[in-house]
Ligand binder design. Structure first.
Ligand SMILES: *[C@@H]1O[C@H](CO)[C@@H](O)[C@H](O)[C@H]1NC(C)=O
Length: 399
């Protein structure tokens, strides 16, 4: 076994050395490079590097050539909200992070700033590597003690931005959501990790809304709320090769909180493993009037391991039963397919469609679904749901 590995290594090294000089001269002549340490950032975990990061961004953004911002190894404290705004002169900015960017441990410092690191109106931004440490544990503890605490901040946000690529990034212990896309087009996330305690409040892994053509690939999302939450106005979303857990699963919704709301369409969730999560694949809407809708959704090849609600549509969401007249959802759900979903449920009811009295779910398809509870077929429950069951499906017989 030694021989092939050595050969592989030698080949890699050969390509590395052979290609490196040519590659860097090519980049040198066409792009600018900015090391945040040249602008005063310090890898000591103590000096506030916010201003240096923002200055690096402004220089990159102002450059007519493609730019690379480099954050070297070490711990860079970013104590304040850092806003990276466009539009920029260049349509290609790479942020390469070898080290960690650390939020202040005192949650009152960022308080209600909404975002910690926020990109706004940008186009063609890539983030490669890096650890973003939100240091959220203090805020979670404050919230669970019932004290009066700030809302906290999302670790990384993109608003009104296009052509975004994130790869190899790790988000640790966000105060609130880990990563949020709002009003974005053409986003690709790959090999991303989110990591927060299973009981941390509102620490969704990735939240997408009013955005199109978003891909979330080969990622591991462990957190205290939804691994991925899909908000109103999401179209053409692909989630593939993802491991989710702990967390609340992959959720379309909550939808229908507002009357005027954009719908969700063309969502594909493929090859996802859920481990010890509260839900597997879920669609959730408020029991309130709304113009919202969900259509053309495909949940495919999912493995459930000890999941409390593997397949669930809940159109009666209404925390504390406040402001949900008659508990009837206006959100129309149509054309949702569950195919090749198998594994174990932690509760007897593994499939639950609790749809709106006024707008029953239509076009629900269950195909080759096999879910067990304590080594026996689990149960299915349908309320106001219409559709077909195909192939070998267990539990069967409620559509
Ligand atoms: C649906 O979304 C996928 C990405 O998951 C995209 O490739 C496809 O073109 C979209 N379909 C339509 C009809 O827009």
């Amino acid at each position: 076994m030694e021989q092939p590995i050595n050969l592989f290594l030698v080949t890699c090294l050969f390509f590395f050395f052979f290609n490196q000089p040519r590659l860097s001269t090519a980049i040198d002549s066409q792009s600018i490079k900015i090391n945040v340490m040249s602008l005063g950032a310090k890898p000591d975990g103590k000096t506030d590097s916010t201003a240096a990061l923002v200055r690096a961004w402004d220089a990159a953004c102002d450059s007519p050539k493609p730019a690379t911002i480099f954050v070297p190894k070490g711990r860079f404290l970013v104590k304040q909200k850092a806003q990276f705004s466009g539009p920029c002169k260049t349509g290609a900015i790479i942020i390469r992070i070898d080290g960690s960017i650390i939020a202040p441990s005192d949650y009152n410092v960022l308080g209600d700033a909404e975002f910690w690191l926020q990109f706004k109106n940008v186009d063609g931004v890539s983030i490669l590597g890096g650890v973003l440490d939100g240091q959220g544990a203090g805020l979670w503890a404050c919230k669970s003690s019932g004290k009066n605490c700030p809302t906290g901040v999302t670790t990384l946000g993109f608003s009104k931005s296009n052509n975004i690529a994130i790869s190899g990034l790790i988000s640790l212990n966000s105060q609130l959501y880990h990563i949020v896309f709002n009003g974005c087009n053409n986003v690709k996330l790959q090999s991303v990790k989110t990591l927060a305690a299973g009981d941390s409040p509102n620490t969704d892994g990735i939240h997408v809304q009013i955005s199109s053509d978003v891909k979330i690939l080969k990622s591991k999302l462990s957190t205290g709320d939804d691994c991925v939450s899909i908000g109103p106005g999401t179209t053409n979303l692909l989630i593939q090769d993802v491991i989710c857990g702990p967390g609340h699963g992959i959720s379309i919704g909550s939808l229908g909180k507002d009357f005027e709301e954009e719908g969700v369409q063309n969502v594909t969730v493929k090859s996802v493993t859920f481990v010890n999560t509260q839900n597997g694949v879920r669609i959730k809407s408020w029991g309130r009037p709304s113009k919202g809708f969900v259509k053309h959704v495909m949940f495919q090849q999912a493995t459930m391991i000890n999941v409390q609600n593997p397949i669930v549509i809940d159109q009666n969401y209404c925390p504390d039963n406040i402001n949900c007249p008659g508990q009837v959802s206006g959100v129309k759900i149509n054309d949702v397919t569950y195919q090749d979903i198998h594994g174990t449920s932690a509760t007897r009811v593994a499939v639950k469609f609790d749809c709106s009295k006024k707008n029953p779910c239509k076009g629900i398809t269950l195909k080759d679904v096999k879910l067990k509870y304590k080594n026996q077929p689990a149960k299915a429950l349908c309320i106001n749901a219409d559709g077909t069951t195909l192939g070998l499906t267990e539990p069967s017989g409620c559509l």
